[in-house]
Write a protein that binds this ligand. Structure first.
Ligand SMILES: [Zn+2]
Length: 457
């Protein structure tokens, strides 16, 4: 990393400034699910590009909340694209926050704020890296493009449309996608893809309205009926019992195994953060990593029925609503899981349960042999001083598939989370140190990938 010493020094010298930019961004409550602060955040970014990076951003419309894009030319004809989102999750339950979610504070080396991790931290790490190159060398080693959406946390409903509508805004040679973590042991996570997702709402009504619970012997109870239906979906060993569910799951090949074997996973820390004694099924080591990254899931995300308030209320619920998310692995599709789930419920005598697919995203994996992947891994090793944990795909999901397939360039996920960043939850946080290292990481990737372009060109 000797080559970039001056850039790194510049980053250290501007530490407070770079932190203040992140703080400013986190103060804006850009909650897409509640339509607050979206216009303000887009405007803030527009101003940031103009005042801090000397370039005009473009606000692109495609039906929903706007996309914010910008670009800066570089010394070599090679372009890296940074995908991020400027929206955040709602803050509920607000009582569990130890400080105001929209007033960032530093405690014990961590910045607490909604969006600090997901994903204004990684967004600003990239902006600061570009600023640092400019500030040090006067120009960028390669071209950069920024592509920001404001609807990631509500399922990226217009990302596919935007990619089709604005091809020139997304064309590039490589992409850094948002979001990625760092072990407590210090290793950066470099992820080469994501699982897909299919999100369903299951709805059941067994009477016109809630009934007096004395009628329980003669009137059906929606909660019980839903519980019985759900219990047919998964067995006690967590095997999903939907007929045909595993048919499209691609077999784990030697390359996939190689990634798992070489990937570290902090089991003890994960247990500690979650407050559990052991993992499901008592698994550990390779098997645990395989389950986490290569297995599809059927998760009950929420169950609403009857009375859940204080004290007692003797009613018999007439309705039950369940939210389920299924994480998908190659080559599964949400549409197919939807068909299978409906057929499953019908064949088990639960045809009265309505199933609606609220959203879906296919899984995505980038080509692990692309030289850009090597560059990112090398930079992670040098910046963090520890060989990174390389994930064939993350356990989570983003809208990578449509975007990355349309662009046709390699995409890698790296970011500034830690394993206790509490994404989507109260007390979301990142380590100050991870933010600063994240800026250096992006700066290094820009420098190295530009050099590689020069060598190969
Ligand atoms: Zn998120």
């Amino acid at each position: 990393m000797e080559d970039f010493r001056d850039v790194f020094d510049f980053i250290d010298g501007n530490r407070d400034l770079y932190l203040s930019w992140l703080y400013d961004a986190c103060r804006i409550p850009s909650v897409s699910a509640q339509n607050t602060g979206i216009g303000e955040m887009a405007g803030f970014l527009e101003g940031f590009f103009r005042e801090r990076l000397g370039t005009e951003a473009e606000i692109l419309q495609s039906g929903g909340y706007p996309f914010v894009t910008a670009g800066v030319e570089g010394d070599v004809p090679r372009t890296i694209l940074f995908y991020n989102h400027y929206d955040v999750q709602p803050v509920d339950p607000i009582d569990e926050w130890e400080s105001d979610p929209f007033e960032p504070v530093e405690r014990d080396g961590r910045i607490y704020a909604r969006g600090a991790a997901d994903n204004k931290g990684s967004m600003f790490a990239r902006l600061c890296a570009v600023h640092a190159w400019r500030g040090t060398r006067g120009s960028l080693p390669l071209g950069v493009k920024f592509f920001y959406e404001g609807e990631e946390e509500i399922g990226s409903p217009n990302l596919g449309i935007a990619t089709e509508k604005y091809p020139s805004k997304i064309s590039c040679d490589a992409m850094l996608w948002e979001g990625g973590s760092r072990d407590i042991g210090g290793a950066l996570h470099v992820a080469l893809g994501v699982k897909g997702l299919a999100y369903f709402e299951l709805r059941l009504r067994t009477a016109n309205q809630d009934q007096h619970s004395s009628l329980a012997p003669i009137i059906p109870n929606a909660a019980w009926r839903m519980v019985r239906a759900l219990s047919t979906i998964k067995d006690e060993d967590d095997k999903i019992l939907i007929d045909g569910f595993y048919d499209d799951v691609r077999e784990t090949g030697p390359e996939d195994k190689f990634f798992l074997n070489n990937m570290t996973f902090q089991e003890e820390d994960t247990k500690k953060f979650a407050g559990i004694d052991g993992f499901l099924g008592g698994v550990s080591g390779y098997e645990l990593k395989e389950r986490l990254l290569y297995w599809p899931t059927a998760n009950i995300a929420g169950f609403v029925s009857g009375y859940g308030g204080p004290g007692s209320k003797t009613i018999l619920p007439a309705e039950a609503v369940v939210k389920m998310d299924f994480r998908l692995v190659p080559d599964m599709s949400g549409e197919r899981v939807y068909d299978l789930l409906r057929r499953h419920l019908e064949s088990r005598g639960f045809g009265d349960i309505e199933v609606e697919m609220l959203s879906t995203k296919p899984p995505y994996r980038t080509n692990p042999d692309d030289p850009f992947v090597r560059t990112v891994i090398d930079c992670a090793r040098d910046v963090y001083g520890v060989y990174p944990a390389v994930y064939r795909n993350m356990a989570g999901t983003t809208g990578m598939y449509d975007f990355c397939t349309a662009v046709g360039a390699p995409a890698v996920l790296v970011g500034v989370f830690n394993e206790d960043s509490r994404l989507h939850a109260p007390n979301e946080n990142i380590f100050v140190e991870d933010y600063i290292l994240g800026i250096k990481m992006v700066a290094a990737v820009m420098g190295r990938y530009a050099l590689q372009g020069r060598d190969s060109g």
